[in-house]
Design a protein around this ligand. Structure first.
Ligand code: UT7
Length: 321
């Protein structure tokens, strides 16, 4: 595992000077206190590379051992080449390996993990580098108080390695999507539907838009539902779970999910007060930090759950090796 957080901190007090908001509103409505911002010249692939270099060292392998790269992001360096291709080149990885991006917004890590899991199990790959990286500050409308207080930048990389031991690693996974509700959380322009124009720039349509209140309710329902279904599918009871690592969007969402799935909030790992919502990165950043802090270890059952734009959602059950 490797995490990279940009140096610059943006506090709630800083945001009070930008838009009509207050530290008190942001803390009580979201749980966020500060977030990190990448430097203007830092691209998403730069954040990804810094996290990946740490992960490769942590895994005790060399760059030549990586045989697949996936990058989960909704803030790619550019539409194409993919950010994964930039990462492959910047890291100097082999060129006889595939590299591609995963677009599943805040569920990106869980989606990417499941793809990597199946590619490892199919037998063609041995060490997969999965990287979640986001420079959300590049798509935030800094005049919109309903979204600009929520998001932050960061990156986290993991090396997943083929393992033949039974009941270790990724034990199960449930993914879902509902494109019919995609309008509630979107980046409207810049694609084939609304290519960049003077109007799209003037209307700030290259920035993220969200109907937060409606997204909130669907997030609670879908994350709770897929956690419960996954526990049943894997024949695991709630009290066997050592830690839950949820997507870090809103403390009140996490609290509601904890109540729905009947796992005490104390078992949920939470670090959003320092990071804000880092989309695909939020679970892997929090999982790395929680592991290093000794919150779980070998043999423990860890439940991950995410919800994001698309909509997309999912849950993953891991037995830590
Ligand atoms: O990561 C992908 C998925 N994303 C999520 O899961 C996010 C889900 N949504 C949320 O976390 C919450 O809905 C928000 C934090 C975005 C908003 O919290 P809320 O409790 O749903 O607030 P609201 O949108 O219902 O707005 C309540 C009030 C409004 O004022 P009025 O109309 O009641 O006078 C807003 O204008 O709060 C106002 N408001 C703010 N006030 C101060 C909205 N943003 C702010 C702000 N500072 N930054």
């Amino acid at each position: 595992m490797g995490v990279y957080m940009p140096e610059r901190r943006l506090t709630n007090a800083d945001l009070e000077r930008l838009v009509e908001t207050s530290d008190e509103w942001i803390r009580t409505r979201t749980g966020i206190v500060e977030r990190r911002l990448a430097a203007p010249e830092e691209a998403t692939s730069d954040l990804a590379v810094k996290a990946a270099e740490k992960a490769i060292v942590d895994a005790g392998i060399s760059k030549e051992d990586i045989d697949l790269v996936i990058v989960a992001t909704v803030t790619p360096d550019q539409t194409f080449p993919s950010t994964a291709c930039h990462v492959q080149a910047k890291l100097g990885l082999r060129t006889d390996i595939p590299a591609f991006d995963m677009v599943a917004a805040c569920s990106g890590f869980i989606y990417m993990m499941q793809v990597a899991n199946h590619m490892l199990r199919a037998g063609d790959y041995k060490n997969v580098l999965i990287v979640a990286a986001e420079k959300l500050s590049s798509i935030v409308n800094w005049e919109d108080r309903t979204t600009c207080v929520l998001f932050g930048d960061g990156a986290a990389a993991y090396v997943l390695t083929k393992c033949n031991e039974p009941y270790v690693g990724i034990l199960g996974n449930i993914l879902g999507a509902d494109g019919s509700q995609g309008e509630l959380l979107k980046l409207p322009a810049g694609g084939s539907l609304h290519p960049a124009s003077y109007e799209t720039v003037r209307e700030k349509e290259h920035c993220l838009q969200m109907q937060g209140n409606q997204v909130f309710k669907i997030a609670v329902r879908t994350m709770s539902d897929c956690c419960l279904r996954l526990l049943e599918k894997c024949n695991v009871s709630a009290d066997q779970i050592k830690c839950v690592i949820p997507h870090q969007a809103n403390l009140r969402i996490i609290d509601a999910v904890a109540r729905q799935i009947r796992i005490p909030l104390e078992k949920f790992c939470i670090n959003m007060e320092k990071t804000g919502n880092t989309s695909a990165c939020s679970i892997p950043i929090c999982m790395e930090e929680s592991y290093r802090a000794g919150k779980f270890g070998p043999g423990d059952l860890i439940l991950l759950t995410a919800f994001g734009g698309g909509f997309t959602w999912g849950a993953t059950l891991i037995r830590w090796k």
